[in-house]
Design a protein around this ligand. Structure first.
Ligand code: ZN
Length: 258
C-alpha cells in the first residue's frame, strides 16, 4: 500500500473514532480541526520530498552500491549555459544526465543535439516546468510527458523512460499519470541548491559533505555558478577515488525505450 493511502486510512480512522467518542462525551471541534491539520501537514511533507516515496516509488540513489560510484544530474536545460557545463564534463571525461524541459529543447535544439552527441543521458523534466504542476490533473501530466517524449524522440530516435517532476514535488495525479506513461521517477539524495544559493563555496561544501557510494547529485545546468562548482567537484571526486557513472548504470535501469 502507498504511504498516501495508509495515511488517509489512519487519519480517517482517528476522525471517526473521535466522532464515536463524541456521542458519549463532549469533544470540542478544535480537536477535529487539529487532527485534520496534522493530516494536511503529513500530505504536504510527503508531497514535497521526492525521496519520501509518499505518492510514487522514486529512485533517489542506489543504496546497495558499495563502490565509490555516483551519478551527476542536471535539471532545467538546455540553455546556453549548458555548453559551459558540457565543456567541463568533456574535459574530465564524465557522463552525466540532463533532465530537460521540453520547451527549452524547442528553443535550443542545437544545444540539445550536442548533449546527445556527447553521449550524456537525456530525460524528461516536463514540457513547461509550470509552477502550477502540483495542481495538474492526470491528463495534463500525461500531456506534458508525452509532448516532451516526442520532442526528445525526434532527435534521439527513442523515448526516454526517466522522469523528474518540476521541483521534485509528487502528487496523486503524477502517480496516476506514470501508471499510463510508464516512466520511472528519478529523484536525488544530494541537493546542491545551486539554483538558490549563489555562493560557490557553500554549494560545493554542501555537495561534498553528502557524497557517498550510490549517490545521485542534483545540479542545474542553467546557473553560471554550477560551472565552477562542477569543475571543483570533479577534481574532488577524482582525488577521493570516486567514479562518476551514467545514472542508468548506477540504478541498473533502462534510460530509454527499446
Ligand atoms: Zn526543475
Amino acid at each position: 500500500m502507498l504511504k498516501h493511502q495508509l495515511t488517509a486510512i489512519v487519519f480517517i480512522s482517528i476522525l471517526l473514532l473521535l466522532k464515536i467518542i463524541s456521542f458519549f462525551i463532549v469533544i470540542e471541534i478544535s480537536y477535529f480541526i487539529l487532527v485534520a491539520a496534522l493530516w494536511l501537514a503529513v500530505v504536504l511533507w510527503g508531497s514535497s520530498f521526492i525521496s519520501s516515496n509518499y505518492h510514487v516509488k522514486s529512485y533517489c540513489s542506489n543504496p546497495l552500491e558499495t563502490e565509490k560510484k555516483i551519478a551527476i544530474t542536471f535539471d532545467d536545460g538546455p540553455n546556453p549555459n549548458t555548453l559551459l557545463i558540457l565543456e567541463v564534463l568533456k574535459k574530465h571525461n564524465v557522463k552525466a544526465a540532463f533532465f530537460c524541459i521540453g520547451k527549452n529543447i524547442e528553443k535550443y535544439p542545437e544545444i540539445f543535439e550536442q548533449v546527445i552527441s556527447e553521449n550524456h543521458i537525456v530525460a524528461n523534466h516536463s514540457y513547461g516546468h509550470s509552477s502550477l504542476f502540483d495542481f495538474f490533473r492526470k491528463s495534463q501530466v500525461i500531456d506534458e510527458l508525452n509532448k516532451t517524449d516526442a520532442i526528445i524522440a525526434k532527435v534521439l530516435g527513442k523515448k526516454p523512460l526517466f522522469f523528474r517532476p518540476p521541483y521534485g514535488v509528487t502528487t496523486p495525479s503524477i502517480r496516476r499519470a506514470l501508471e499510463v506513461t510508464k516512466h520511472k521517477l528519478i529523484g536525488w539524495n544530494v541537493r546542491s541548491l545551486d539554483g538558490i544559493i549563489k555562493n560557490e563555496k557553500i554549494i560545493f561544501n554542501r555537495i561534498i559533505k553528502r557524497v557517498k557510494p550510490g549517490a545521485i547529485i542534483l545540479m542545474h545546468d542553467t546557473t553560471f555558478e554550477s560551472v565552477s562548482v562542477l569543475e571543483q567537484l570533479l577534481l574532488f571526486l577524482e582525488k577521493n577515488n570516486y567514479k562518476v557513472v551514467a545514472i542508468d548504470q548506477l540504478l541498473n535501469l533502462k534510460a530509454y525505450e527499446n
